[in-house]
Design a protein around this ligand. Structure first.
Ligand SMILES: Nc1ncnc2c1ncn2[C@@H]1O[C@H](COP(=O)(O)OP(=O)(O)O)[C@@H](O)[C@H]1O
Ligand SMILES: [Mg+2]
Length: 419
């Protein structure tokens, strides 16, 4: 097993790990009813991974392929008069989520030994094992009663996993000196973050279908208006920027400001938030001592039948030649090259991470871990889009965020992406 070193029986770390991950009696799927979930046994099982780790179940489920949904099936399958869509959705998740979690657990097990042993990364690995067993051992979803219990479990897991990105950012930052193969870590994090986004979108969509909101099907806003999202992000980020620096650049919104189309606002809010806080930071830092005359950040929206594009342009001095290729690497940051004490202890972008917080992610500090751009790119790619960056050293940077529509004619015949 990639997890253990060659001296595993004499290495205290391996022995400790083997004890913590030791197999116990396999769970029997579908045998539990609601009383089980209220029982002491259930509480004990879900409180500690050691009490119910079953590797053979994980291996078995990991061998199955994931079944990804088209976004239009989320949009058009999200309503029925007899609520049968809720049951169908829960039954799909009941089958699908253990498969996705098992794939991720395999990913953790294949990390280089020394990296996988980092206590923060190990903690996330254990959270995935715990989530797998909670969902794999869950009572079957057969009627609205069991669907309710299942949805409660999902809501609890979503909450328990909200800090995962921060934990991974921290864990990989701690084990950076042991990382020999950058590509391997980059691929692991891309896959983990894309898969996590998919799981969260599906689970949040399912939960949102319980509370029907006007203009919404689950988490899809059928009249999504980029202008509204951008205005609220700008307001939020500007305030945080001002709290830290005492000032924030003005943000101009241009282009197709009145367009509306169905989309999921949460991931857009996250991606745009990351790109915009980089633009604000660069602009403010470039203009230190000249706060009365800070250039605007300009955000332009373009919409067409296939996709929509959001361009964020700043005049923050651009990205130097020697680092421009590194900015997409996880954990690459220039945040701590600042001399200002306040900024070294978290800086403006500590809390500016919070647009993600509003989207149900962790509000913990992320700035300085260098996860903003690579995470935004992984999310955009997962959604059938991409992010590209052009920088003019000495002047500023343009970032293009391009995302596929979920209901274009072409995407219905041949989906641009699946969730
Ligand atoms: N618009 C920009 N202007 C100048 N530098 C930038 C810009 N966007 C990103 N960068 C550089 O890329 C690095 C990585 O960005 P990111 O992944 O968001 O991580 P973080 O913001 O935590 O440093 C930043 O530290 C900064 O040096
Ligand atoms: Mg950033």
């Amino acid at each position: 097993m990639a997890f253990f070193c060659k001296q595993q029986r004499t290495c205290y770390r391996c022995v400790n790990l083997m004890y913590r991950l030791r197999p116990t009696t396999p769970l029997t799927r579908g045998m539990m009813d609601e009383t089980y979930f209220k029982s002491k046994e259930y509480r004990e099982r879900t409180s500690s991974v050691t009490s119910f780790y079953d590797q053979s179940a994980i291996d078995q489920v990991a061998a199955k392929p994931s079944v990804r949904l088209t976004p239009s099936s989320l949009l058009y399958g999200g309503h029925s008069h007899d609520k049968s869509h809720l049951l169908r959705s829960a039954q799909y998740l009941y089958k699908e989520l253990p498969v996705r979690l098992a794939h991720r657990i395999e990913g953790f097990r294949n990390l280089p030994f020394i990296v996988g042993c980092n206590s923060t990364i190990l903690k996330v690995h254990e959270m995935y094992i715990l989530a797998f067993h909670t969902l794999y051992g869950h009572g079957k979803v057969m009627d609205m009663e069991s669907e309710k219990v299942y949805s409660e479990t999902l809501a609890t897991l979503l909450d328990q996993h909200k800090d995962v990105i921060t934990l991974l950012a921290q864990g990989f930052s701690e084990s950076r000196k042991h990382i020999k193969d950058e590509q391997l870590i980059q691929a692991f994090l891309d896959r983990t973050l894309k898969s996590r986004l998919g799981i969260r979108v599906l689970a949040q969509h399912h939960l949102a279908m319980h509370n029907e909101q006007s203009n919404h099907v689950g988490i899809i806003d059928v009249s999504f208006t980029p202008r509204v999202l951008l205005e609220s992000s700008v307001e939020f980020l500007s305030k945080l920027c001002r709290d830290r620096y005492g000032c924030a650049p003005n943000v101009q919104l241009l282009g197709h400001m009145s367009v509306q189309f169905p989309y999921m606002p949460q991931p857009v809010e996250y991606i745009v938030g990351e790109v915009m806080k980089n633009a604000m930071r660069a602009t403010v830092e470039k203009n230190r001592g000249n706060y009365s005359n800070i250039p605007d950040v300009v955000v332009t929206v373009a919409n067409n039948n296939t996709d929509f594009i959001i361009k964020v342009s700043d005049r923050g001095g651009g990205i130097p030649h020697d680092i421009v290729d590194k900015v997409w690497n996880y954990n690459y940051t220039t945040a701590y090259s600042l001399t200002d004490d306040q900024e070294q202890t978290g800086g403006i972008f500590g809390e500016v991470m919070s647009p993600a917080g509003r989207a149900g992610e962790s509000v913990s500090r992320m700035h300085g871990y260098g996860f903003g751009l690579p995470t935004a790119r992984a999310y955009a790619e997962f959604l059938g889009g991409r992010i590209t960056l052009e920088t003019m050293q000495g002047i500023g940077t343009d970032v293009y965020i391009r995302l596929s529509h979920i209901d274009s004619i072409s995407s219905i015949n041949k989906p641009n992406f699946r969730i």
